[in-house]
Ligand binder design. Sequence first.
Ligand code: NZQ
Ligand code: ZN
Length: 388
Amino acid sequence: MLLNFTFHNPTKIYFGKKSLDNLTPELADYGETVLLTYGKNAVKAIGLYDQVIAILKDAGKKVIELSGVMPNPTYAKLMEGVKLVKDHNVDLILAVGGGSVIDCAKGISVSAYCEEDPFETYWLQYKGLANKIVPVASILTMVGTGSEMNGGSVITHEEKKIKASRVFSADVYPKFSILNPEYTFPVPRYQMVSGVFDIMSHLMEQYFSGTDNNTTDYIIESLFKSSIDNLRAALKNPEDYESRSNLMWNATLALNTLTGLSKRQDWQVHMIEHQLGAYTDCAHGMGLAAISLPYYRLIYPDGLDKFVRFATEIWGVSSEGKTKEVIAEEGIDAMERFLKECGIVTNLRDLGATKEMLPKIAESTFILSGGYKKLKRDDILGILNACF
Ligand code: NZQ
Ligand code: ZN
């Protein structure tokens, strides 16, 4: 049964090799001042920065810049952007980069005119948006988060040691996002596989919940299989447009609300990873991969039929003569082999964690109840120890 739902995603996507051509006409809808946000080196190294600046200048825009947005963007960085928006009366925030740059742009958008402490208001207390926001648009250079077509903004408060996620309403979604798969060719292998596991994790967080026969689950299975095949192809040839383009669109679809429609959802792996990230600053997808294996091995008995389906439909595990438990375990084993094959990190030490951090991570993790098993603090510590 499909639960009742409303599907409305307002982000306009321009996809393909010539998609940057759409920037000029889109800019006509916004005022004169553009805050251009980007990361450390990549956008300049791939020549995109020069192209975007030229387009903005030709369109008569006044360009203000916020550079150096780091992976796992910090609240302090967000507040630098807030100051720029207020000082220059910015009309559009154009984020050029990966999920971190886009998340930071959305964070600046909602925080600039917030009269209270924005982190407390929006990321901790989850209050509804009650102030003016600045429109955001994006040019994507790194695949994984889906931030280019959703309302998510994940911000790390370094002093509080909290990496908090907030999903804002449709007003905060990028107004338009430009997706040229060629921009992702130079993404380092480590980042690429991390991003693709992020796609897979988004799919699993939405898949492993509920027991209904739901069309959304069929969509998830297709995207998962496409991500496996296309990651293998992209690892063989990073400049293979076909696989890079499929991965790029998979990532967008995996978290633009389509694959969560009409379903309960889990998101516990993400909650643990976020606190792991707050302590280690690890690459998001790598943290998810390490946590996923012990997490799913712990919870599969509570969602046995779905884990059997995962094993047979996605990993091709044969069910002949086996118990459901064995089939489910073989599915998780197959995923583990795939992670190793692709060089995806599966232990926390390689991600910068120390034994002393683990209780603090477990203690500060948000516990959700949408998955097959509601965790206790000891379960989380057990998961962290198991992948340490
Ligand atoms: O800083 P630069 O030089 O730009 O380098 C970046 C960065 O070091 C590099 N990169 C990006 N494009 C490149 C490139 N290198 C070479 N060539 C290119 N074309 O990649 C590195 C990682 O970038 P980042 O933006 O951090 O990666 P990602 O897209 O994985 O974003 C991760 C952040 O998004 C959050 C994560 O928690 C994390 O903070 N998430 C956001 C979500 C959302 N908005 O819905 C959901 C996700 O679950 C996730 O939590
Ligand atoms: Zn994620």
